[in-house]
Design a protein around this ligand. Structure first.
Ligand code: PMP
Length: 376
């Protein structure tokens, strides 16, 4: 089937794989080995990758902490901040449509004594600055707002949020897993203190990611041990994964602007032609402030489960692969006010580097055929 689920994960780019391969075999050294060439070479490769990651988001390489992915980065950001500073201020503000890796971490912190405000987005998926401002309190320690939503692709007003948090001396974390590599992200421009990212969403391997920690931000480590990564994340470094993440970031940086254009044209065609060809369909989320390659469409008068099961020529999903019990309607769409039956019959199409025009044409025809058949 045609793969249109790039927001769930991406294939490893062959150039990324090539960069990684030697670090599994001949160059297998431990990056923490200080006494021989094997270790020195691995450490150099990690340093190079750290620069590549930093450059993509406008950070300095000292501010990059490698983790096992964005789930771990989010956990470290939120739990690490609360553990370091929660005795002074214990209020956290986040959004109801966050990924579970942030949402459930906030619930965990609530059980430990944090007070959490969950902002409800408008029906277009966006929160407003006024809404955030009204939620802030003298004891607000941390604001965590995702850069771009994995299910509907909407992009929150991150630069405005960053400016407000900096003014109020509140730590600002953003889960940028779906944004990094797709749109320009710059931690300095946006006044971001903590930022999570993951390699497997940008043509790197699964199981590796990073947390950007702005210089001067205090965190308590969540993994103790050999004090790797400036003591913030102990554990022998995943050198091949880190090299792959670095290469993926470098490639994303060079092709991003072109890809943004190419994919937004393909996405718009897919979206507009489905809306034209199939009556009673709606796009979920704001269509302006949105990732260039994501569209989430609801189909009225069809059974959601039958719909997803009938797509045999395309690989799509109804939202997050991480919570993909088909029976549960998406909590993101529910937060936008989409009724349960319509949320069930909603499909996320996410395009990527290997999507071609012919794929889009075939998808349009297939979707039209399937929906027409099910409605009959
Ligand atoms: N945050 C967002 C917004 C995501 O889309 C994902 C991946 N589904 C994650 C966090 C988790 O990332 P990882 O798979 O690297 O743990």
């Amino acid at each position: 089937p045609i793969y249109l689920d790039y927001n769930a994960t991406t294939p490893v780019d062959p150039r990324v794989l090539d960069a990684m391969l030697p670090w599994f075999t001949e160059q297998f050294g431990n990056a923490a080995s200080r006494t021989h060439l094997y270790g020195w070479e691995a450490a150099d490769a990690v340093a190079h990758a750290r620069q590549q990651v930093a450059r993509l988001i406008g950070a300095s390489e000292k501010e990059i902490i490698f983790t096992s992915g964005a789930t771990e980065a989010n956990n470290l950001a939120l739990k690490g901040t609360f553990e370091a500073l929660g005795a002074q201020k214990n209020h956290i503000v986040t959004v109801a449509t966050e990924h579970k890796a942030v949402f459930d971490t906030c619930q965990h912190l609530e059980a430990l004594g944090a007070e959490v405000t969950y902002l409800m987005p408008a029906s277009d998926g966006l929160i407003t600055l006024e809404q955030l401002e009204n939620a802030l309190r003298p004891d607000t320690l941390l604001v965590s707002v995702m850069y771009a939503n994995n299910e509907i692709g909407v992009i929150q007003p991150i630069a405005d949020i960053g400016r407000l948090c900096r003014e109020r001396v509140i730590i600002f974390h953003t889960d940028a897993t779906q944004a990094v590599g797709k749109i320009p992200v710059d931690v300095a421009r946006d006044n971001i203190d903590l930022l999570s990212l993951s390699a497997h969403k940008l043509y790197g391997p699964k199981g590796i990611g990073a947390l950007y920690v702005r210089k001067g931000i205090k965190l308590t480590a969540q993994l103790d041990g050999g004090r790797h990564e400036r003591g913030l994340r102990s554990g022998t470094l995943n050198v091949p994964g880190i090299v792959g993440l670095g290469k993926a970031c470098q490639l994303a940086g060079t092709s991003m602007l072109e890809e943004e254009k190419r994919l937004s044209i393909l996405r718009d065609r897919l979206e507009n032609e489905i809306l034209n060809a199939v009556i009673d369909t709606h796009v979920n989320g704001n269509r302006t402030y949105r990732l260039p390659q994501t569209t989430n469409i609801s189909f009225e008068n069809v059974d959601g489960e039958a719909l997803l099961m009938s797509f045999n020529r395309i690989a799509v999903s109804n939202g997050s692969a991480c919570t993909s019990a088909l029976i549960e309607p998406s909590y993101v769409l529910k937060a936008l006010g989409v009724p349960d039956d319509l949320a069930h019959a909603s499909v996320r199409f996410s395009l990527g580097r290997f999507t071609r025009e012919a794929d889009v044409e075939e998808t349009i025809a297939h979707v039209r055929d399937v929906v027409e058949r099910l409605r009959r």
